[in-house]
Design a protein around this ligand. Structure first.
Ligand code: SAM
Length: 232
């Protein structure tokens, strides 16, 4: 179960109404039941329910059962598309171990607004479901050009480009370290963006094969490829 509070031995945490309902009404747990808690920072903790009402519950941390497992230093940058597909991308990125998820606004991005809180909640759910102890941060919408202008020193960019089929582009000569993957919107990248990306010394152009994939498929394929080549 995900909580926002710090986790430490002896710490008692008040759980919210939704969590209380889930534990008491759905899981049928009562006082004394043992549950696992994580907050994305302090690993996984065994806790004991000390209050178990349908409107509120509390748990006391007993012992840490797993340390924080940080995923590799990989960011996923993607241009938000339709709501359900954007949700899918965030969920899969969290499952596959992205450390940060960055929705980017590009020249052809379909959606100019995102619900950061909703997307963050999807990342929490995905981490919960795959037993992770880490939750990636979902940032607000960032402008791609601004990100490229302020690109962090030492981070490489995997620029997924559907137009480079059959060319020798990929991760064969890429070194491990901090990376980011970039997936474009349905309309792809504009010519100025493309020129900017091609000139960026930190960018590696990568083809994901001869077919044009939908952005949500491309995001999963790119993360898999990166994990195979450079992940740990
Ligand atoms: N506008 C493009 C078109 O119709 O030709 C398609 C864009 S595609 C739906 C969305 C994004 O997924 C692309 O910008 C790219 O980042 C990624 N992508 C899709 N297929 C790819 C491939 N075969 N290789 C590399 N990237 C791909």
């Amino acid at each position: 179960l995900y909580v926002s509070q710090d986790l430490a031995a002896g710490q008692t945490l008040a759980l919210g109404a939704d969590q209380a309902r889930y534990l008491v009404a759905v899981m049928r747990l009562g006082v004394g039941a043992r549950i696992a808690l994580f907050n994305g920072r302090d690993g996984e903790w065994l806790a004991e329910l000390t209050e178990a009402g349908k409107r509120g519950a509390a748990a006391r941390c007993v012992a840490q059962t797993a340390p924080l497992a940080m995923p590799p230093d990989l960011w996923l940058l993607f241009a938000p598309i339709k709501k359900a597909r954007t949700d899918f991308i965030v969920e899969k990125a969290a499952e596959m171990g992205a450390r940060r998820i960055v929705p980017v606004q590009t020249d052809y991005t379909n959606s100019e607004r995102i619900r950061q809180d909703r997307l963050q909640a999807h990342a929490v759910e995905a981490a919960e479901q795959c037993g992770g102890t880490f939750v990636p941060e979902v940032t607000g919408l960032e402008k791609l050009v601004r990100l490229l202008d302020d690109w962090p020193e030492g981070r490489k960019l995997m620029f997924c480009d559907e137009t480079r089929v059959g060319e020798a582009v990929g991760l064969a000569d890429a070194a491990p370290g901090p990376w980011a993957i970039l997936i474009g919107p349905e309309g792809g990248f504009s010519p100025p963006e493309r020129a900017r990306l091609e000139a960026a010394p930190f960018a590696h152009v990568v083809s994901l094969g001869p077919r044009i994939l939908r952005a949500d498929t491309a995001a999963v394929a790119a993360m898999t490829l990166w994990q195979m080549a450079l992940g740990d």
